[in-house]
Design a protein around this ligand. Structure first.
Ligand SMILES: [Zn+2]
Length: 414
């Protein structure tokens, strides 16, 4: 079946926004910015190690291991995770957060030396006029601090990711002066941050293009350009795709969008969108495991209506929807069944469509439900279940349906 004929794709009219064949790097902040969420608990080191392996399995390129300057527990976890990357030969590259002060940068170099792996130092500094005003900082002070921190980290042999907080509300001149100074001192990457969740996709494109065209290009250096976004306006995924489109090399995010306030860019959904856009082609069948692991380890609940990995993402009880899905299944085409009523084909992520029975259902829901479990859909059974469903104010549970069938309480896998 030619799906290009069945699905007219307005998304790809004109030039592709995310052409394949160029890198779309991802930096996982779940274990650093993610843990700054007021509602999470800090996972045990065992859980962090499992999460690290899942990140690597999803092909996530780099991971922020934490802020070792924060205290002994943070330092010990960072070291253990860095060791795990080395001993398990994971391809994911580590970085650590640090304020632009020696006390935060030095422990990163110590872990790096001890463990024997390069760790990028993500040194961050406030930048916007509003922050400068609140903190009584002058731009000259920020420039001197930048120079000192980048030189110090480079002197310790660390690759440097220079991070300006609140870049999306910072004036052109200051952005240019800060990044130019960091680049002159040898920074390997710059990170444009939407620390407070202010940006819209148009703003992201303007800022990322400005940094790429007017700061990085004239420097003549090959420097990675990162985007770090937050969810305050609900635009984080769109902003991250806009950043890639405008030429960012790497996007930061957290599983399920956990993080400060309402959180960071949901990295799982960036992966979903890159896959659907054809920008990346990789096995994402462990995506749900990754999200569920993080949810469990941090004590966060995944909302039922969360895209792709939420309980209801591929679940329907509505008669019209289910009927179309069932007819598609009967044609023997999984892709058809998974695409006819969903913009996200579930099998791309190792997941299945689920047909339920409730007050909005039709008889085809009932017949399909019974067949799927190897139960004969006799007219009498179908009538009885259908009538009960129409009386209900919610979906029928598996147990309720089986009781109505007079079938044994447990049947085969669904
Ligand atoms: Zn952040």
């Amino acid at each position: 079946m030619n799906y290009n004929e069945l699905i007219f794709d307005w998304n790809t009219e004109g030039a592709p926004e995310l052409p394949p064949g160029r890198p779309y790097l991802l930096d996982d902040e779940s274990l650093r910015d993610g843990l700054q969420s007021p509602s999470v608990r800090d996972p045990s080191i065992g859980e962090k190690i499992e999460i690290l392996h899942l990140m690597a399995e999803l092909g996530i390129d780099s991971v922020n291991l934490g802020l070792p300057g924060a205290g002994p527990r943070a330092l010990a976890d960072v070291e253990r995770l860095a060791r795990e990357i080395v001993s398990s030969k994971l391809t994911i590259r580590p970085n650590c957060a640090a304020r632009t002060v020696e006390a935060d940068i030095k422990p990163i170099a110590e872990v790096s030396d001890k463990v024997g792996i390069a760790i990028e130092a993500a040194t961050f500094l406030g930048s916007s006029p509003i922050r400068r005003y609140a903190e009584d900082w002058t731009v000259d002070f920020l420039l001197r601090t930048t120079e000192h921190a980048v030189n110090y980290a480079r002197g310790l042999g660390l690759p440097v990711m220079y991070v300006t907080e609140d870049t999306t509300r910072c004036d052109r001149d200051t952005v240019k002066r800060l990044y130019s100074t960091a680049l002159q001192c040898g920074a390997d990457a710059v990170v444009v941050c939407d620390t407070v969740g202010h940006a819209t996709p148009a703003g992201v494109r303007n800022l990322v293009r400005f940094v790429r065209e007017e700061i990085i290009k004239p420097s003549g250096r090959k420097v990675r350009l990162d985007w770090h976004g937050h969810r305050d306006r609900g635009l984080a995924v769109a902003n991250s795709l806009a950043a890639f489109e405008a030429g960012a090399d790497q996007v930061h995010g957290c599983a399920l969008g956990i993080g400060e306030r309402v959180g960071n860019t949901p990295l799982d959904l960036v992966l979903v969108n890159l896959k659907l856009a054809g920008a990346i082609d990789r096995d994402l069948s462990r995506l749900k495991d990754y999200c569920e692991k993080i949810a469990h380890a941090t004590g966060v609940t995944i909302p039922p209506n969360y895209p792709v990995v939420g309980r209801d993402a591929f679940r329907t009880a509505t008669g019209v929807h289910a009927a179309a899905v069932i007819k598609a299944y009967r044609k023997g085409e999984l892709r058809l069944a998974n695409s006819v009523y969903s913009g996200v084909p579930s099998h791309f992520f190792g997941l299945d469509q689920i047909i339920e029975i409730g007050p909005m259902s039709g008889k085809s829901n009932v017949i399909y439900w019974l067949e799927k479990r190897g139960l004969e859909p006799t007219d009498e059974r179908v009538e009885r279940i259908f009538a009960a469903a129409k009386q209900a104010d919610r979906l029928l549970t598996e147990e309720e349906i089986l009781t109505l069938c007079g079938a044994p309480a447990r049947v085969g896998p669904r």
